[in-house]
Design a protein around this ligand. Structure first.
Ligand code: KIV
Length: 260
């Protein structure tokens, strides 16, 4: 799984063969320039999920429920999850080989939390919307846990994560993201639930892995221990922008082959 927030990136990820595209609320930092995910709104998530869906022909798309869209009550959470799915799916159907493509794309939602969101997960799944869980470091509540940090180093925190994983599995999640969790604990969680775990900073024993695309591409230009940088697109962009500025100023661009 990798993140995308726009049509162009989603189309490339889909073509590359990714299984799941996550329209993460990391949108807040890497696209909208906030310093956390908290200001992200339902409208933001709907807007970007629609853009992503327009670029997808086969991958599953998972969209994050933003802060306060699911914490107030299970009823409100279901209404918001329903709105997200309805709006996202209202994107015009694309024809692939003459057949509608988007009908076969699964769109799911993801929400952070353990036992405290179990009833909410149950309600949303009962309404027919697939839900992905998210345990370990949960960016929305990081400020009550001393900021973003590895979760589950102490025995009590590890027990809580294991317990929460079983509770949200029972509530109906189809997969669980484990963020910033010690390798051994992630292995234990993976072995004790039947749904797939998807790790980020959770070691190699999860069933799947996820990264924020802007981090692994070097566009966001922040470095995190859990991220492997697969390309340095940020510097490639900087060089290209500088070369363009230089060419325009010196009169090298546009040349005759770019002119009519
Ligand atoms: O918002 C996001 O991108 C996420 C990933 C870090 C899993 O939740």
């Amino acid at each position: 799984m990798l993140t995308a927030y726009d049509f162009t990136t989603a189309r490339l990820l889909d073509e590359a063969g990714i299984d799941i595209i996550l329209v993460g609320d990391s949108l807040g930092q890497v696209v909208l320039g906030y310093d956390s995910t908290l200001p992200v709104t339902m409208e933001d998530m709907i807007h970007h999920t629609k853009a992503v869906l327009r670029g997808v022909e086969r991958a599953m798309v998972v969209s994050d429920m933003p802060f306060l869209s699911f914490q107030i009550s299970p009823e409100e959470a279901l209404a918001n999850a329903g709105t997200l799915i309805k709006e996202a799916r209202s994107t015009p159907v694309k024809l692939v080989d003459g057949k509608p493509s988007s009908g076969s794309i699964t769109v799911a939602i993801k929400l952070e939390g353990g036992e405290q969101v179990a009833d909410t997960i149950r309600k949303i799944v009962d309404a027919g919307i697939p839900v992905m869980g998210h345990l370990g470091m949960q960016p929305m509540s990081a400020s009550v846990h001393g900021g973003p940090r590895v979760h589950g180093k102490s025995e009590s925190e590890a027990e809580l994560i294991l317990r929460d994983a079983k509770i949200i599995e029972e509530a109906g999640v189809f997969a669980i993201v484990l963020e910033l969790v010690p390798t051994e604990l992630a292995r234990q969680v993976t072995n004790s639930v039947s749904v797939p775990t998807i790790g980020i900073g959770a070691g190699p024993y999860c069933d799947g892995q996820v990264l924020v695309s802007s981090d692994m591409l070097g566009i966001y230009r922040a470095s995190f221990k859990h991220v492997k940088q697969y390309a340095d697109i940020g510097n490639i962009m900087l060089d290209a922008f500088r070369a363009y500025i230089e060419d325009v100023k010196s009169g090298k661009f546009p040349a005759s082959e770019h002119s009519f």
